[in-house]
Structures are given as C-alpha cells and as structure tokens.
Design a protein around this ligand. Structure first.
Ligand code: ADP
Ligand code: MG
Length: 646
C-alpha cells in the first residue's frame, strides 16, 4: 500500500488555521483588520475569558453581500486581490483570504451581516468549518462576528493557551495597536463586561495615544514627521528624558499596518543615540507611508514582516525624522553659556549633581524616620525652570571638582561641611586635616546593614583615595587594594537579596508609583507578582495596562522604581518560560545594579573608608554578580619588584 496520502480538506484546513490563528489575539487581529478593510469607522470588540470562549466584533463597514457569505469562509477566498499583479501593490490589510476559513475551522462562528443596498441581512453559522445555518435576519448595515469556543476541536492548540488574563492582555495589546494605527476609527474594547478602551476616532494620533496609554505617556512625546522621496514617516517619538529601559513602547506601522522592522528600530536608536542615556530606549508611534509597490508584505502569514525595496532609504527617513524631532521638539532650557558648555550640559550637570552630598550620613545610603520607619532618600529633582541657575552653578562646581581632582593628594574634599541647602559641594575643598565628623554621625555608620551582634572587624585600613571616580585605593599592612566601588557594592547588595533579606529591606512607599506598560508586559508582571514580592516589589493591577507599585526594595531610589519595574517587566515578558530561580536571580541583579553606587558617582573620603572597612570584613565578596572582580590585591613585594627594589 502506498504510504503517501492526500490529506482531507478538514485536516488541511486545521493545519492552515494553525498558521494564522495561534491564540485569541491573532483571531482578533485578523477580524479587526477585516473591519478596517471594510471601511468601518466604529469597531467594538468584546471578549470573555481571554477570548477563549467568546469574541464578538461589530463594525459599521460595508457588510458582506448574501451571495458572498459562504465563499468568504472558504480558504483562499478574498475580495481584496484577484491577480498575481495585485500582490505587487497591496493596499488592504488582508489579501490572503485565509482568516475567516481558519477561524471557522477551529471554532463556532456566528455571522450577522448586511451590505449596503440589501434590505435584509443574514445570519450565518459555521462550526469546525461546517455550515450550520444560513438565514435572513434583521440587522444594521455592517458586520458582527461572534466566535465561540476557540480551539474546541484542536485540543493540542488549546493546551498552549495561557491563563485567561494573559490571553486577554495579549488581545488588549492587539487592540491598542489597531487603535494606534487607525486614529480615524473609534475603537471600543469590552473585556469581561467592562469597557477598558474607547478611542474617539477623531483622526488624531495624539487622541488615540492618549486613550490607549494615558496622559503621562502622551506628554512624554514629541511630534515627528519627515518625507524623503516616496517615503513619509510621521507620528511621535519620546523626549530623551522619557526614554525607557527596553523597546516595548516602540510601535512602527507600515501604511497603517503594525509591522516589525529591524531597520526602523536601528534607525530610531541611532538617531536617539546621544540624546537618551546609555541603556535607555526611546518610545515611538511612527507610521511609514510608502507606495505599496515599494514594499512586500507577503512574507509571513501573520503579515507583520515586510521587505522594502530600499531599506537604506527607509533607514534614512526614520533617522532624520527622529533626529529632527528630538533636536527641535524637546524643550530644553534656553541658556546663554559657552557653546561647548551647552553641548556638554547634560553630562556635566549630571556629574555636578552627583557631587553634591547630603549632609547627613543616613541620607547617602538610606533614610530613616525617628521612629525607625524607613523611607526613601529624598530625590534631587531639578526642573527645567530651575535649570538656568543650576547649570551655571553646576558647571562651575564641575570645573572646581576637576580642578580639585588634579590637586596634590593633600587637598581632599570632606563630608560634614554643609554648603547651601545642606548639601556639600566638591568645590568646598580644603587642605587635608583630621577628618571632622558631623555631630550626628557616629562611628558605627552602617554603610551596609550588619548583624547587630557581629563585632566590628579588626581591620586597620587606610584609604588612600580614588581614581577615575571608580576605583578606591587602600592600603592595609603589606597589601594594596584597588576596589571597583560599583562592582563591590553591587555584589554586597546582591548577596543580601539572595540571602532573603528583602523582606526586611522592602519598604512601603509613601507615594506609590504607577507604571504604564505595554499590555504584554503588564500581563507578564501580573503573572509574576509572587516572584516580584520575593524581590521586594509589591505590585498591584491598576487597570488598563498600568500597575501600581506600593512597596519596593529599601535600597532603591524612589526615582528609579518606575524604570526598574519597566526593566523587570521586559525581562519577565521575554523569559516567561524560564525557571523561577533563574528569574529571581536576574531580578536581584537588576536591583543590585541599580541600587549600587555608580562608577563616576562622587564618594566622600568618609564614605570610602566605611565602605572599604565593610568590604574587607566580608571575605566572600570577590566577584560582582556579572563575574567581574570587585577588588585587585597587590602585595608590597610585588610593587617593590616592579620598581627593582628587590
Ligand atoms: P482577506 O481579509 O484576506 O480577504 P478573510 O478570510 O479575512 O480574507 O476574509 C474573506 C473576505 O470576507 C474578505 O475578503 C471580505 O470580502 C469579507 N469580509 C470579511 N470580514 C468582513 C467584514 N467585517 N466586513 C466586510 N467584509 C468582510
Ligand atoms: Mg482578512
């Protein structure tokens, strides 16, 4: 008997359906795209149980003519193209004629539709690809499609579905993107009986962004537009200061179709390179408007990949679009200082800010109220309004600091000499003398919390100083230590976290922070709240893609909570299937890295001493969590050998 068989129509349909219909979100994408292609100006989507049991889409588009209905549900049946040539210039979102057939193959579908000019509409039911009902029905012009019990006949696919809430969030992610790509359409999304999105459909992209992501995100954007020959790119990019720790808020649309474009992402990042801080990524909502014959969208059944005839040109237009927007649109303080200084303003001002120290020891690492309640250390926030005065001051301080840094070693800056506003400035230097401790600083200054019953280590160490604001140099007996202060501090914090001390160090935030996430990240975070608690974050659902952080690790700055959470969200999303322990370790890395003092941060002589003492009392701290050494030790003999003394 021959071994090769032609598969039955039913099986081929199921196989084909697998390519297009992966989960409720992919059904929603296809069906909403059909409504858009039908010219709808109003689309309502309702789902129940993550869309697994119920998806309803109602539009006010053209409707489907009675005699087209049965065909619409056949494979490769479409009204959008008719010849091979049409494939060279696709102007609709759909063109493969696969979606309705695929959906009908794996669910129970009910269609209500009436085309313009028809007096009566039609009710049509199809289950697992088999027609069940075809009847007249009274209904408004347009189309309603109800999809029940997705994958009821394909248990293999059903198994891969996630919890309802995750599927619902994936659907919400699709709806967000559809709403962003078509601001002229009023999109309404009802999730388990609750309306969670309504865009005005006024044609303004900013209105759609506002409806989807809220005020804060919208306020962080600058309009962007650029045309180069036959490509126009328009939309919004984020202001440099609003850059995020990952790329989850970068949305590219190609002729109003959501696409993934590596060229777009690279161009965006290149254009933003020197604007946002290292390790941060701009957000964007950009539509690429291009003649359909310059692009091939028929690359993958999901139609989210595209090939451009001229990728280089695409790169250029996005690059210039973003560059112009970022340099022209972001409101910078209007300052009147030397040109070079202005160019360096952001860097220098930042550095200068870091060299101002709080006058109380507690402020540096943590902050406690009199009754022992821990609160965040206060933030030094400089608004654009304060900036002009600050810049001049900061530049001066930075200049003085560099000058001080070049002085012979007997000129050092010291803590305890409070300048204006209680901060010490590095410019306030004076010849070295016996360190003067502020009254309220005791000798037991807990740079890192220690067990109370542990006797302080008997280490006699002299801190010589610090080079490149990164490496602390110390001597003890016959040894020289060169310590990478960031790496060492990071390791100490990481070990504390790993040792489960997060409970003690988690703190209730006086002002909880809300964080806007993409719907997929939002879902990943909500799925991992238990894990986040272990890492010191208490995070709750705040609705519509937002989470609220009520508790965070003690050692984190209030100002970095939002950023860390976004970073964690991105990680949780891309590592959903990893073992929990691996995830937790990554979370601790991320927190430790953020909470540790940075290379380049100013550290006073007093803090250096406490830090080194503490570090040397912890002999296990040898490598940072990334495996780099925290300290290089050199024996006196080695040094003497190098100088030919012995
Ligand atoms: P495609 O979108 O690739 O053409 P589909 O299987 O998604 O394939 O849809 C098949 C056909 O059904 C479409 O070409 C269109 O003519 C019709 N159709 C589907 N949904 C709608 C709708 N909401 N309104 C009007 N016509 C629709
Ligand atoms: Mg379609």
């Amino acid at each position: 008997m021959s071994k090769i068989q032609i598969l039955s129509k039913q099986i081929t349909e199921l196989i084909a359906a697998g390519e297009v219909v992966e989960r409720p979100a992919s059904v929603v994408k296809e069906i909403m795209e059909n409504s858009i292609d039908a010219g709808a100006t109003d689309i309502t989507l309702e789902i129940k149980n993550g869309g697994i049991t119920y998806i309803r889409i109602t539009d006010n588009g053209t409707g489907i003519q009675k005699d087209d209905i049965a065909n619409a549900f056949k494979s490769h049946a479409t009204s959008k193209i008719s010849s091979a040539d049409d494939l060279n210039a696709i102007v609709t979102l759909g063109f493969r004629g696969e979606a309705l057939a695929s959906v009908a193959a794996v669910s129970k579908v009910e269609l209500l539709t009436r085309a313009a000019g028809e007096e009566l509409g039609t009710r049509y039911c199809i289950e697992g690809g088999e027609q069940i009902l075809f009847d007249d029905a009274g209904c408004p012009k347009g189309t309603t499609l109800i999809i029940r019990d997705l994958f009821y006949n394909t248990p293999a696919r059903m198994k891969f579905l996630k919890k309802d809430v995750s599927e619902a969030n994936a659907v919400a992610g699709v709806v967000d993107r559809i709403a962003l790509s078509h601001p002229e359409i009023a999109v309404r999304f009802i999730r388990d009986g609750k309306q969670t999105l309504l865009t005005p459909g006024d044609g303004k992209l900013s209105s759609a962004i506002y409806a989807v992501f809220g005020k804060e995100f919208t306020d962080s954007l600058i309009p962007a537009e650029y045309t180069l020959e036959n490509i126009k790119v328009s939309g919004f990019v984020s202001k440099p200061l609003a850059a995020r720790p990952n790329r989850s808020m970068q949305f590219f649309f190609l002729n109003k179709r959501l696409i993934k474009t590596a060229t777009g992402t690279t161009a965006l990042n290149e254009a933003d390179k020197h604007s946002s801080m290292a390790g941060k990524f701009p957000s964007c909502v950009l539509n690429i408007d291009i003649s359909p014959d310059q692009v091939d969208i028929n690359v993958h059944p999901a139609k989210t990949e595209a090939r451009f005839v001229n990728e280089k040109q695409l790169f250029n237009v996005i690059y210039y679009c973003v560059k112009n927007a970022v340099h022209g649109g972001d409101s910078r303080p209007n300052i009147n200082v030397a040109k070079a200084a202005v160019a360096q303003y952001l860097n220098i001002a930042d550095e200068a800010r870091q060299i101002r120290l709080p006058d109380k020891k507690e402020d540096f690492w943590e902050h406690r109220l009199a009754d022992g309640t821990k609160i965040h250390k206060p933030q030094i926030n400089i608004t654009a309004d304060d900036a002009i005065d600050e810049i001049v001051k900061d530049l001066k301080e930075a200049e003085n600091y560099s000058a001080a840094a070049c002085q012979p070693p007997n000129i050092v800056s010291e803590p305890g000499m409070a300048g204006e506003n209680g901060y010490i400035t590095a410019s306030e230097t004076k010849p070295a003398a016996k360190p003067v401790m502020p009254e309220n600083i005791t000798q037991n200054y807990p740079v890192f919390p220690q067990e109370e019953d542990t006797a302080p280590p008997e280490i006699s160490v002299t801190v010589i100083g610090e080079v490149f604001r990164t490496y602390i140099i110390a001597e003890s007996g016959e040894q020289i230590y060169i310590i990478d202060k960031h790496a060492a501090h990071e390791r100490i914090i990481f070990d504390q976290l790993m040792a489960g001390k997060t409970d003690e160090s988690a703190q209730i935030m006086l002002v909880p922070v809300t964080v806007t996430l993409s719907k997929e990240e939002y879902s990943a975070v909500l799925e991992n709240t238990d894990l986040l608690i272990k890492a010191g974050f208490e995070v709750e659902d705040f609705g519509a893609g937002m989470v609220i952080v009520r508790e965070c690790p003690m050692m984190l700055d209030m100002g970095s909570v939002e950023e860390v959470l976004m970073e964690l969200a991105g990680y949780l999303l891309s590592n959903r299937h990893e073992l929990i322990s691996g995830k937790l370790e990554w979370l601790f890395h991320s927190i430790a890295c953020r909470a540790a003092i940075k290379a380049g941060d100013f550290t006073s002589g007093y803090e250096r001493e406490r830090f080194v003492e503490n570090l040397l009392s912890l002999p296990d701290i040898r490598y940072c969590p990334h495996g780099r050494p925290v300290m290089i030790e050199m024996k006196r003999k080695e040094l003497e050998k190098s100088f030919g003394r012995i």
